[in-house]
Ligand binder design. Sequence first.
Ligand SMILES: C[S@@+](CC[C@H](N)C(=O)[O-])C[C@H]1O[C@@H](n2cnc3c(N)ncnc32)[C@H](O)[C@@H]1O
Length: 245
Amino acid sequence: MLNLQKDWHCYLKKGNSKELIKQIPDNSIDFLLTDPPYNIGKHSTGNIPLPGRTPMNNDVADWDWVDFNPEDWVEDFLRVLKPTGNLFIFTSYNQLGRWYNCLDHRFDTSNFMIWHKTNPAPKIFKAGFLNSCEMIFCCWNKKHTWNFISQKEMHNFLESPICMAPERLKEPKHPAQKPVSILKKMITIASNENDIVFDPFMGVGSTGVAALELKRKFIGFELDEKYFQAGKKRIMEYKKNVSNI
Ligand SMILES: C[S@@+](CC[C@H](N)C(=O)[O-])C[C@H]1O[C@@H](n2cnc3c(N)ncnc32)[C@H](O)[C@@H]1O
């Protein structure tokens, strides 16, 4: 079991969250902010070849093809989350209803945010909508941490470009790397300084960078070795450059 009493800032571990989450004590997480697999690759018609260029990625990634069942994670998430904690989960149209069905009745309130990407991938064949929105399913109980910024900034609609260079890692390239700016906005609203932010599907560590930048503590797990190492490097570099953590 992790000792979260000591002076620490960040705990990162490579492996399967299903196992690793057992190390986290009950009622210890202030903000569970995560971006699990969406299982949308299997609805795709395949990558699109582009003459002289890398094919357009329509299949997401191998990790997205493994069956991901929101129902399997609810008890773990609820066990580690403080009763006053917030839970925000990036999700896709095909899984939103499943998260709602298994979480809405376990919290006082559930709601959602939309992240609108101002520069989504184009539709080569101009059929259907551009995939320019991602949904974030949110839930909380009464007395949860809530830093209301201003009416203007509290729309449940965030807008930004997708993660771009220089922030976007070239190697390994993660198809779902989130911009730190949108994560910081959520962390500002839903947690306080020194709170513990947890991402069990941290990819290349974007939530960790955002949490540490805002003086929160961070616990992050990732299954894939190359993403884990890249995320750890990013987070450690950030820590090295900041004297007070
Ligand atoms: C949508 S991505 C997260 C991307 C992340 N938000 C970022 O900005 O880099 C989901 C990640 O979950 C990881 N993953 C999938 N199943 C996992 C599991 N059981 N335990 C830990 N990580 C897992 C995948 O390898 C993938 O990197």
